[in-house]
Design a protein around this ligand. Structure first.
Ligand code: ADP
Length: 382
């Protein structure tokens, strides 16, 4: 496999010796390795041995027909790009060849420049298909790792719950359960809650992946949804002895998005600001419109994030190791969800932090008017 400008192996199959020679000369000048064959059978053997990126094949040859060669080459390697050479009289056959999987055709006679153009275009097409296949393989690998990881994350708490319940059952039978029962039930409940959170976050990510959540665009006033979220966290903040403050303008904070998504986004940032804060700490949420963007900053006075962790902070399952992670339950999916939502909505999320002093997460989203105008422009573009 090769990138743009790299050497490719090109196989030319043509019964005309002069044609083979001129193709070899022209294509070798482009820096590619060219191998030529005088009939379909030898050509196919060459293709399976050399694994070329591009095959140029004459349609009208004695023996195995060009059409058959095209179909067999594509069977051997579906990602190989095939160009057929054809006389004007066989243009209908060229169309047949395209149906059989050829990418393009070159009518005879052609100039060196025409051959170079079509070869470069074909190799670009191959590069794009290889890239798409690599991206699909990466996605598949990630999906598989994701499933393995989530199953593993569920297995540990589930095993603990199972253990507590079996001991409780045994003690119930022997009557020696008093004293421990309440503690174990509480542990079981905590573990069950952890599993519920993991499944909830997992489902949110899956829904975001299937595109449904973030595609709905409507005007959403952050000046309304953020105070509502803060109000729901007042009891938790009080329990953690953390003060919540908000400075949001009454107008000018309307963005284009889906209200559920935006709720999930700010809910995650605000819960983190509480979870990773310190007793008597503060959280302040500020917002403002800057040009065509609305910026929201969620700042806390908590444990902060070490500089070496910031690059991976928005990766799935990433958690800063150490005391904080042990004390505070979490899935490591919250910020990955935030990042996905913000990206879908055409915005950005960044973090500034000082370990031991606090962190500020800054979200920038297109303001409703700017986003609506952009969409209008896209729609009117032919
Ligand atoms: P979770 O909180 O479930 O672990 P997140 O994806 O929301 O997952 O966060 C990933 C990690 O980033 C957390 O485990 C924590 O280490 C760190 N983090 C997130 N928000 C903050 C914050 N406001 N202050 C300090 N650390 C934070």
């Amino acid at each position: 496999m090769s990138g743009p400008g790299e050497q490719e192996v090109i196989v030319v199959i043509d019964d005309d010796a002069a044609m083979r020679l001129s193709c070899r000369k022209i294509l070798a000048k482009l820096g590619h390795r060219v191998e030529t064959f005088e009939d379909g059978t030898q050509g196919l053997e060459g293709v399976s041995r050399l694994r070329p990126g591009l095959v140029v094949v004459d349609l009208k040859m004695p023996g195995l027909s060009g059409l058959e060669v095209v179909a067999r080459v594509r069977e051997l390697d579906p990602l190989v790009v095939v160009v057929v050479i054809t006389g004007y009289a066989t243009i209908d056959t060229a169309v047949e060849a395209m149906k059989a999987g050829a990418y393009d055709f070159l009518p005879k006679p052609f100039s060196p420049e025409e051959l170079r153009l079509i070869v470069n275009r074909s190799l670009e097409r191959r590069r794009l298909s290889l890239e798409a296949r690599r991206a699909e393989m990466d996605r598949e690998l990630l999906r598989r790792r994701f499933v393995t990881f989530v199953s593993h994350q569920l297995q540990t708490p589930l095993a603990a719950v199972h253990q507590y319940l079996s001991v409780l059952q045994q003690f119930e039978e022997t009557g020696a359960v008093e004293g421990k029962r309440r503690e174990w039930i509480e542990r079981c409940l905590r573990r069950a809650e952890e599993m519920q959170t993991l499944i909830r976050d997992w489902l949110t990510l899956a829904r975001l992946e299937s595109d449904r959540l973030a595609r709905e665009r409507a005007p959403v006033d952050l000046g309304q949804i953020i105070p509502n979220i803060l109000a729901t966290y007042e009891p938790l903040a009080a329990e953690e002895r953390v003060t919540l403050e908000a400075r949001l303008p009454e107008t000018g904070c309307t963005v284009a998005g889906d209200p559920n998504c935006l709720n999930v986004l700010f809910d995650n940032l605000i819960t983190n600001a509480i979870k990773y804060n310190r007793p008597e700490g503060r959280i302040s949420v500020t917002a403002g419109c800057q040009g065509e963007e609305v910026e929201v900053a969620v700042a806390d006075t908590g444990v902060g994030i070490p500089p070496q962790c910031r690059e991976r902070l928005f990766d799935e399952f990433f958690r800063v190791r150490g005391e904080g992670a042990k004390k505070t339950p979490g899935t490591g999916l919250g910020l990955a969800i935030c990042k996905r939502i913000v990206t879908e909505l055409g915005g950005s999320i960044t973090v500034e932090s000082e370990p031991g002093a606090g962190s500020t997460f800054r979200v920038r989203l297109p303001a409703w008017r700017a986003a609506a105008a952009r969409e209008d422009r896209t729609e009117s573009t032919p």
